[in-house]
Design a protein around this ligand. Structure first.
Ligand code: PDD
Length: 279
């Protein structure tokens, strides 16, 4: 495997960054994950514009322009011969003697890796998963895609220990925010398709944006309105979206069946729509 590190393509197992990298010391960096399907990137523009936004929000200068970055991304994918999988890019503030405040005159550090993933799911029943709920203990700027992911890791670990796919986060006022690494959608007890509105407390998902556009194109109604925990538990259908989950039906939450415990009709339709979008 080959990785890109600060201007060089190097063998993955020899690729390294400094112990003084601020990403390592402070989680002072941002990242993106783009899904590769049949050798192509899915929703590239959405990911590149979110990357630019994340950088802006934390005042890290882009290490290169989008066209140059795309060349690097494609080259890493090509060198690793990834046809189905992901490309990962991480930009940290750079390397400097440890000091919380931003050091002057350092260059941002860029790392790009690619890896093979499972083939795009075609069988919705086989793709369905389960989830637990956990308190959302994250900070106040979850809209920034930072590498500072410890609360997300703690939540995902709880999900794994419970034998489930995802941990769905419930905030201090009893509202569903998102999954530890996914956007949460539900068809509520009245049959209304809903996902939480965007603000500082959730990541604006690129898959969420792509699916929203597909919903509009197909005249499928949905509301950007978050669910309370009670509404969520009464939902007829639940599914997740992300660059690595696509449209993922959730058929049990905290051990309780969602609806009749199988992917519902709206989830099934959107699973199909998204597969056509990615193809
Ligand atoms: N996670 N919410 C959180 C907290 C996320 O980390 C992610 C993505 C999403 C979905 O965003 P998108 O549709 O743009 O992938 C929502 C990526 C896949 C990750 O951390 O690996």
């Amino acid at each position: 495997r080959i990785a890109y590190v600060n201007g060089r393509y190097v063998p993955h197992n020899e690729a390294a960054v400094s112990i003084e990298d601020r990403g390592y010391q402070f989680g002072d960096g941002i990242y993106e994950v783009i899904h590769i399907h049949e050798g192509r990137f899915v929703d590239t523009d959405l990911h590149l514009s979110r990357l630019a936004r994340s950088l802006r929000e934390v005042s890290i200068a882009p290490p290169m322009n989008d066209a140059a970055l795309l060349v690097v991304l494609r080259e890493v994918v090509r060198r690793n011969r990834v046809n189905e999988g992901i490309v990962y890019m991480q930009i940290t503030r750079g390397v400097a003697r440890r000091d919380h405040a931003f050091p002057k005159g350092i260059a941002p550090a860029l790392v790009v890796t690619a890896r093979h993933g499972t083939a795009f799911p075609r069988d919705i029943k086989a793709w369905a998963g389960t989830a637990i709920t956990v308190p959302d203990i994250r900070w106040g700027r979850c809209d920034i895609k930072t590498v500072n992911l410890l609360p997300n890791c703690l939540a995902k670990q709880k999900a794994r220990e419970a034998g489930t796919y995802e941990a769905i986060l419930i905030d201090g006022s009893g509202g569903v925010t998102e999954g530890s690494s996914t956007t949460v959608w539900a068809v509520d007890a009245n049959g209304v398709l809903r996902t939480r509105h965007l603000d500082d407390h959730i990541l604006p998902g690129c898959t969420r944006a792509a699916l929203s556009a597909l919903l509009a194109d197909n005249a499928i109604a949905f509301e950007e309105r978050g669910l309370t925990e009670a509404e969520f538990r009464a939902a007829r259908e639940v599914f997740l979206t992300s660059a690595t989950s696509y449209v993922k039906p959730i058929v049990r939450v905290d051990g309780v069946a969602v609806g009749d415990g199988a992917p519902g009709p709206i989830t099934t339709r959107l699973f199909g729509l998204f597969a056509r979008h990615a193809d």
